[in-house]
Design a protein around this ligand. Structure first.
Ligand SMILES: *[C@@H]1O[C@H](CO)[C@@H](O)[C@H](O)[C@H]1NC(C)=O
Ligand SMILES: *[C@@H]1O[C@H](CO)[C@@H](O)[C@H](O)[C@H]1NC(C)=O
Length: 243
């Protein structure tokens, strides 16, 4: 019976081992706008209480036709479907939802069809929240002051949970690529954020670590080598010469 349950779980989640993978140099590609494509992340430890959060990631997108939301990272708790949500709306408006409270952060235009580094920090004590786009800070604004995220977090990439572990809508889907996703249960320093944005050394996420990641792919998501827009990553002279 136990074996049967395990096999069914394997089939269902397409993944059986509880070992993290090092995804260095890889990216998740979300190629289409759907209501069922996402990557579920398993936190390194079960956290029952979050009073501070930092998340860093890199995204690559263009502009959706109707300037709709694109959701990068969605953490839901049993009490708050928008426990910790990172999204963008258009090209210069980033959106945070923390403990159900919403913040718009304006005026940090991202580069279309380029990798953008995106970090956010939040501390419950003051509620102060700030994002950094490509190393540039936003205004500091407060949300969910004194609150905390309680219960087992359900974390997905590329979609927005409107219910704990569900409630996905096409309109919130991200279309593009994500890489280098890290999450901490504390506020990381601005030096660390700067280093992250410049691809230099930083302390890897203690809750979500891209280099030791347990994940489950659902729907239309492809894990592939990170394609960069710079030609230095690809060697086109390898047997490609026509002369
Ligand atoms: C930032 O990167 C530099 C160069 O790699 C390194 O010496 C420094 O310790 C890093 N700072 C942090 C906070 O990790
Ligand atoms: C590209 O390939 C050529 C021929 O194999 C090799 O000599 C060269 O070092 C490679 N360049 C890079 C940047 O990998």
């Amino acid at each position: 019976m136990r074996f049967l349950t395990f096999s069914l779980l394997c089939l269902f989640f397409q993944r059986c081992s509880a070992e993290g993978q090092d995804l260095g140099g890889k990216a998740f590609t979300f190629p289409a706008e759907t209501d069922n494509s996402y990557v579920k992340l398993q936190p390194a430890e079960i956290l029952e209480h979050l009073g501070a959060v930092s998340v860093c990631l890199r995204y690559f997108t263009d502009l959706p036709q109707n300037n709709k939301d694109q959701s990068f990272f969605s953490l839901a708790t049993p009490a708050h479907s928008n426990g910790f949500l990172l999204a963008k709306y258009g090209q210069n408006r980033h959106q945070m939802y923390i403990g159900g409270g919403k913040l718009d952060l304006w005026g940090l235009p991202d580069e279309l069809n380029e990798w953008n580094s995106f970090c956010v920090t939040w501390d419950s004590e003051t509620g102060l929240t700030q994002i950094w786009l490509n190393g540039k800070p936003s205004s500091r604004k407060a949300v969910f002051r004194g609150g905390s995220l309680v219960g087992r977090p359900f974390i997905v990439l590329g979609q927005d949970q409107d219910e704990y572990g569900g409630g996905l809508h096409k309109n919130d889907a991200m279309v593009g690529q994500l890489t280098d996703v890290h999450m901490w249960n504390h506020v990381i320093s601005t030096c660390e954020i700067e280093n992250f944005s410049k691809n230099k050394g930083f302390e890897k996420g203690n809750v979500i670590n891209w280099h030791d990641l347990e994940f489950t792919i659902r729907g239309n998501v492809v894990l592939e080598d990170q394609i960069t827009s710079k030609s230095d990553s690809q060697n086109c002279s390898d047997g490609m010469s026509i002369y």
